[in-house]
Design a protein around this ligand. Structure first.
Ligand SMILES: [Zn+2]
Length: 224
């Protein structure tokens, strides 16, 4: 159950037909346009709408082509975590697109440069992922980039320390459950193509099934 002040962060990836080759397992996180619209309708009309935040990972072209206009139509905002190594590549956002998202009132965060597992790369490479992506996004948007989302949701204490050292004030995981205001680590729930309406309803009210909470804890601790 959610405690006072806690909120839920819903994470999306791609919408519609991918316009690039997907990574192994990635297709599970792509939604049809219709399914996406149904889900954001549920969020927009939810009685606890103020306790739900929305994010997107990877910087897919569908962020601007589909997501942002539909969010705006419903009075919703989101934070988009961009992979700067993909900027301008087919199927991904171009720098003009990122500017357009900012102009639409959307927030921009870093997802690193090349979609690497940050727990498995040497510290200098991790610093490059964190610093180069942030610099590039700040140049494009003209505003301070303060948040990072963890590729594949993986993290450990050393990764979190480096994210702090790079000057970010929040790190977004994919561990599920509720997020606490002001906390550095922000757990999110990623929506999959097979996330049912019943599961979505529990996610939006912060009533995740116990097994899921336990699995998130185990995953966070042991990185499985
Ligand atoms: Zn990602």
């Amino acid at each position: 159950m959610a405690r006072e002040g806690e909120y839920r962060i819903i994470n999306f990836h791609g919408i519609g037909e991918p316009r690039r080759e997907l990574e192994p397992g990635e297709a599970d996180y792509w939604l049809s346009r219709d399914r996406f619209l149904t889900i954001i309708d549920s969020i927009a009309s939810h009685p606890q709408r103020e306790s739900v935040s929305i994010t997107f990972d990877d910087g897919n072209a569908s962020d601007l082509l589909i997501a942002a206009p539909e969010l705006r139509r419903r009075g919703l905002r989101a934070e988009f975590f961009i992979l700067t190594g993909r900027i301008g590549h087919p199927g991904s956002l171009a720098s003009d697109d990122i500017e357009a998202l900012t102009a639409m009132g959307m927030r921009i965060g870093s997802h690193g440069v090349d979609h690497k597992d940050w727990t498995k790369i040497p510290t200098p490479a991790l610093r490059h992922e964190l610093e180069a992506s942030r610099t590039r996004l700040q140049e494009i948007c003209g505003v301070d980039v303060q948040s990072a989302s963890l590729p594949f949701g993986w993290y450990n204490s050393a990764v979190l320390l480096e994210i702090r050292r790079a000057g970010y004030i929040a790190a977004y995981s994919s561990s599920g459950g509720n997020a606490a205001p002001g906390s550095f680590l922000k757990p999110r729930t990623s929506i999959r193509f097979d996330t049912t309406d019943a599961t979505l309803a529990r996610i939006l009210t912060g009533q995740m099934p116990i097994w899921r909470s336990v699995r998130s804890e185990v995953r966070a601790r042991f990185r499985i």
